[in-house]
Design a protein around this ligand. Sequence first.
Ligand code: SIN
Length: 285
Amino acid sequence: MPIQVKPSGAALGAEIIGADLTKPLDDAAFAQISAAFYQHEVIYLRGQELSDEDHIRFSARFGELRKLKLTSQLHVDHPEIFVVSNIKKDGKHIGSYDAGIFWHTDGAYLPNPHAVSALRALQVPTVDGRVLGATNFASTSAAYDALPESMKKRLDGLQALHSVIQRLNKTLESGLKKDYNAEVKAEPEAVHPLVRVHPINGRKCLYVTEGYTVRILGLPEDESRDLIAELTAQCVKPEFTYLHNWRKNDLVMWDDCSTQHKATFDYAASTPRLMHRTTVVSKTA
Ligand code: SIN
């Protein structure tokens, strides 16, 4: 069956139909999926009963996979897989359970942040036959394009500081317990342009998130705070978002340069949700 790309109808997102990721893809099929990915910023493939090896093999075609320093949240046999889950084993969470509380872009606090993330649904929280825990994605390139020219000029050349400690503090403020290991805290922040130029498709995108962005360099504190608030609100306006309603065995991939995301916590801690995520490292800062 030839591969089909079906746009979601939202500002971003497309379903890829007709690909079986349990088998190696030929170059032409991969090129089609990759082109759809960089065009639509989020792609999803339903019904993929993947092994961890399949997941790693497919996502590694997009680039070098990162082994995160969040060691307690990594898959025990595959350090390329970051576990996102509310499940506890022997009283401890088996993965990151605060992964989506705030709008964020994964790895923004790293000097070479993530480029691509691929999240696979192994267990979805289901109540009365309804799947909960949807993930909302926002296109920060669409959000940038929609800005008035005067704002685009104002942002030109500005840089922002992103910190994992800010994310940690926000998580603690929300009432959840959380800490990061010393290795993560040793490399807690990075500076990036406020407007990034996408390395593959050249689109300009806002790189500023509720979760990680601490301040805009060179601006007075109140101006920096107000501009961060204005831009983060711009990014997540409903017209720039796509809500992914999960099914078991979905693989969803998003572009970490030009999107942000936030999970929905509308399910109880006792309702299990288990996701595996791989991330591709950016070649450039
Ligand atoms: C993440 O923030 O990386 C995971 C999002 C989700 O759990 O839906």
